[in-house]
Design a protein around this ligand. Sequence first.
Ligand SMILES: C[S@@+](CC[C@H](N)C(=O)[O-])C[C@H]1O[C@@H](n2cnc3c(N)ncnc32)[C@H](O)[C@@H]1O
Length: 241
Amino acid sequence: MKLYCVGCGPGDPELVTVKAANTIMAAEVVFAPTAREGKPSIALSVVERYVDKSAKTFSLVFPMVKDKESLKDYWRKNAQEIADAVRTGKRVVYLTVGDPALYSTWIYIHRELQNSHKDIEVEIIPGIASMFAIAARAKVSLAEGEETLAIVPACYDIERVRKASEACDTVIFLKDGRYFDRTIETLGLSGFPKNAPIAIAQDVSEEKEILEVKTLSEYLGKKGPAEKYFSIMVAKKNIRE
Ligand SMILES: C[S@@+](CC[C@H](N)C(=O)[O-])C[C@H]1O[C@@H](n2cnc3c(N)ncnc32)[C@H](O)[C@@H]1O
């Protein structure tokens, strides 16, 4: 009785690993997360071509709400549904965008299984994380030599942005791109030089990708290209020739 958690990569179906594709192709039941009822799952849309026609697919809702108790109810219910499917003896996979170890709904399912469904074995198949996709598309290195790297999941807490930006050489910002303009202003006050390179992407590696690489001063006071949750920004403090 085993559940496979599959990292589906950043969005380009060709950036799915061979192991992930093989596991999805062999699956009889596929679970995929979504933020609300009726909204298509991004993870499923990335790997749809690998899902066998006879496989059953189910969306599991992970709402974007802050109320911990309500969230826990969803995690419990979703884990129960997955566990029930695994116990039927079918080959079951759980899909997640990018890599399962980075800000993924997977951790909530995994913890529930560890606590309440100890009979279910788990195998995790890593995926290409969005930060590596933007690095490749923007042709920037995230860190070299002695450089340090920070990942900031949401930029509305400007104090956390400031601390990470002062402490590290490269900062990766995930989640809502609508906060990036304000974040760039903070970078300017936290030791990032005016010519610091900044890469911003929305839907990186997908057909609808928006990608821009400019300097901090080119962005300051202007509206950046990212307009939605599915955005990522990489800011580099050190300029190397
Ligand atoms: C819940 S986190 C999941 C991160 C994912 N596990 C990973 O490895 O990249 C969702 C955030 O990841 C980033 N992300 C994931 N895929 C992306 C893509 N194709 N383009 C831009 N940002 C992406 C965005 O910041 C988005 O808000």
